[in-house]
Unconditional design. Structure first.
Length: 364
């Protein structure tokens, strides 16, 4: 095969950190002809444009312009709009990352028209089917031909679901490729100076999961917990658009918190890297704090990234605000625990992924 065409699909903020090192690696190898397709699931400057700039991702070859909507609407619109793009480009493989609606929609569309699918970050399971992302993970893996995993538990999950071992490849974590590549650049961000903060003196927070923000009662209780925590140290809260809308409709008054708009990658990496403590319901932040050595309290009852608890700095504290506050105060009262970096979280995951695709597709 003289030219390997790969369609790389991204759609939402968590995807961009994962696709950046893969696109960079593909561009280094003349045998590959990558096409970058942005579904437009996240389309604002703070949720999309700044990440392309910060992470040096090339302009997308195609932007589907899907925009917002319900889970069903977004998934359907991506499927409708991406199929003619794939038929025209005729890629040898469609590569998807993560677990957002665009991931599932692109994978299903490719599989239905006979194009092999490669899923980066396969096999992660929270075992909580109330999470839309869990549905996306399970179904994407079910139709994928190359399943690239970030931790050993993911392979066990896939084998238990009947995925053949020959399709599973333990390649490491592309999110960490990005973190290690841009950590020095992020250190030059002036975000702390703009916020009037000193390294190690504050907590950083993200909240966007339905279990924490969709119910006015739950959201009010979480914000009250953060306000109480802010009596002990400054609490910085970059507010996800979804959470901001819920706060407005619930009449939540987050007095005493430092609220900001969503941050670009470099600013946010410096913010969490210099924090004394991070509280989050995000998946990727659990991984980033593990490598950065920053204590992380995950405001969820489960995690699809168990290695961050087993080896890293992550601690599951659930969604009860009182328990979360107690855990935060305990964390502040003692030195951060030592963490080990998980296997293959070494900055070379994207190279391993592209090596496997090159060997496999070149022989066809």
């Amino acid at each position: 095969m003289t030219e390997i065409r790969i369609a790389c699909v991204v759609g939402a903020r968590p995807n961009f950190m994962k696709i950046a090192p893969i696109i960079s690696e593909l561009q280094k190898r003349p045998v590959f002809a990558p096409q970058l397709i942005h579904t437009g699931q996240h389309f604002s400057a703070e949720m999309s444009d700044s990440f392309f700039r910060d992470l040096e991702i090339p302009e997308p070859d195609v932007n589907l312009g899907v925009g917002g909507g319900t889970h069903g609407e977004q998934t359907a619109q991506v499927m409708l709009r991406i199929e003619p793009v794939l038929r025209a480009f005729q890629p040898h493989v469609v590569l998807v990352v993560g677990d957002v609606n665009s991931t599932l929609a692109a994978a299903i569309t490719a599989a239905k028209i006979g194009i092999p699918v490669a899923h980066v970050e396969a096999g992660l399971r929270s075992f909580d089917r109330t999470m839309p992302e869990e549905i996306n993970r399970v179904l994407t893996d079910a139709v994928s031909d190359y399943l690239f995993t970030t931790e050993p538990a993911a392979e066990k999950n896939l084998l238990a679901e009947g995925i053949p071992a020959r399709k599973i490849f333990f390649t490491g974590n592309v999110m960490i490729d990005t973190l290690l590549r841009f950590r020095d650049k992020a250190a030059r961000s002036d975000v702390l100076e703009r916020l009037g903060l000193a390294p190690g003196s504050y907590a950083a927070v993200t909240l966007h999961r339905p279990s924490n923000v969709d119910s006015p009662a739950s959201l009010n209780a979480m914000i009250a917990m953060l306000v109480e925590l802010a009596r002990n140290l400054p609490v910085v809260f970059p507010v996800h658009p979804r959470t901001r809308a819920r706060m407005a409709s619930a009449g939540v008054a987050p007095d005493g918190l430092i609220l900001t708009d969503p941050m670009g990658y470099l600013d946010f990496l410096r913010l969490i890297g210099c924090a004394r403590l991070v509280l989050t319901d995000s998946g990727g932040i659990q991984e980033e704090t593990t490598v950065l050595g920053v204590p992380c309290l995950t405001l969820r009852a489960n995690t699809e990234r168990p290695i961050t608890v087993e080896m890293g700095t992550n601690r599951l504290v659930g969604t009860d605000p009182a328990a979360a506050l107690q855990a935060a105060l305990e964390t502040l009262a003692k030195p951060p625990r030592a963490a080990s970096r998980p296997p293959l979280w070494d900055g070379n995951a994207s190279g391993r992924i592209v090596d496997i695709l090159e060997r496999s597709l070149s022989s066809q």
